[in-house]
Design a protein around this ligand. Structure first.
Ligand code: NAP
Length: 338
């Protein structure tokens, strides 16, 4: 069976995902779209020559019986209501991050899914599908290097626009590390603390840039993440895992190494879409394949979305206090242990 998608939000990432479902991946088809900007939704149908209905809102799109799965790519504050409505209708959901903008909102989705009794939701934490992170996880899980003790990570963007806020350094940027790192080391966070180093002259006037976050886990692992969103030189994601018997790093992006004018050089990407292009393909292909084969998604869960929301809230609190802020999760429903 083909998994028939209804897309809510036809902005930048919505179009990217529609393009990959339509032209790159197999087993999925976009049959319905909606956007608060109806013209944008109509344009997408035309642009990708979709055989798809355009709906005035998410509720009417979800009610379409020809839609199996809802792809939520609207802006963050709208995600929670759409995901809850989809679960209510018993439809699968692939939701871009954030699952919800508050921990309470994410928890309401967890509760709705548990009540439904079967997994429906996958959150778009695509780094878990990046080849480099997958290799790192395999190495950690093999115990060949001993227990992980420390992680040193960096998330650098060349620049961000005026609309970027202090909080977005956590809930828009750091959120990817928040998700992938606890998955990588199979542990839960206990605290987060923000540190503000000397400010770059390129920082937006309302922003602290760069920032460092220190996350600690139940097992005592200490993780440092540098978030530097006006680093100028490129889009650069770094992760080094220090274990008892050795260290390992995320591989660099494949690129030619050139020698010219007495210089040895290699390329650094500038566009985040290019850095994780394979991971985006892989996560949605996995969503389609898992549902077709087993009747439920197997990628990042609503519980992972909840962990990200709680950790993100604590990170934003620490930006205000510059103190270590506790990360307290409610009891994990057994539903998410299988
Ligand atoms: P965007 O270009 O602003 O697109 C969002 C679209 O949703 C816009 O067309 C917006 O319309 C529309 N919209 C807003 N509220 C809506 C509603 N209630 N119902 C239907 N449509 C609505 O933003 P984007 O960059 O695509 O980001 C979308 C989401 O994906 C965000 O949550 C973002 O964090 C996430 N994202 C994730 C990644 C990743 O790496 N996983 C990367 C990029 C984005 P208007 O323009 O008229 O407001």
């Amino acid at each position: 069976m083909t998994l028939r998608f209804g897309v809510v939000g036809t902005g930048a990432i919505g179009r990217e995902h529609i393009q990959r479902i339509t032209n790159t991946l197999s087993g999925g088809e976009v049959v319905a779209v909606t956007d608060i900007n109806q013209e944008s939704a109509r344009n997408v149908v035309h642009q990708f020559q979709l055989n798809a209905n355009v709906y005035p809102d998410d509720k009417s799109l979800i009610a379409d019986t020809s839609v199996d799965a809802i792809l939520v790519t609207s802006w963050g504050p709208a995600h929670q209501a759409t995901v809850l409505a989809a679960i209510e209708a018993g439809k699968y959901v692939f939701c871009e991050k954030p699952l919800a903008t508050t921990a309470e909102g994410a928890l309401s989705i967890v509760e709705a899914e548990v009540k439904h009794g079967r997994r429906l939701v996958q959150v778009g934490f695509m780094r878990r599908y990046d080849r480099g992170y997958v290799k790192l996880k395999e190495a950690i899980d093999s115990h060949e290097f001993g227990a992980p003790l420390m992680l040193h990570c960096a998330h650098r963007n060349p620049e961000v626009g005026e609309q970027y806020t202090l909080e977005m350094a956590v809930n828009d940027t750091l959120i990817h590390e928040i998700d992938v790192l606890h998955w990588l080391v199979n542990d839960d966070y206990t605290s987060i603390r923000a540190i503000f180093p000397r400010k770059t002259k390129y920082a937006l006037s309302h922003m602290q840039d760069p920032q460092i976050f220190i996350l600690e886990t139940v097992g005592g692992i200490v993780i440092t993440v540098e978030v530097f969103v006006n680093c100028k030189y490129g889009y650069d994601i770094q992760c080094e895992v220090v274990c008892e018997e050795g260290t390992m790093r995320l591989p660099e992006v494949p690129s030619i190494i050139s020698r010219k004018d007495a210089k040895l050089s290699t390329e650094v990407l500038t566009d985040w879409k290019q850095r994780f292009i394979d991971a985006y393909d892989n996560e949605i292909q996995d969503f389609i394949d898992a549902i077709r084969k087993t009747g439920q998604p197997q990628g990042p869960t609503a519980w992972d979305g909840y962990i990200a929301a709680v950790t993100s809230d604590a990170g934003i609190r620490s930006q205000q206090t510059l103190e270590k802020e506790p990360i307290q999760l409610c009891n994990k429903p057994d539903f998410y242990n299988h």
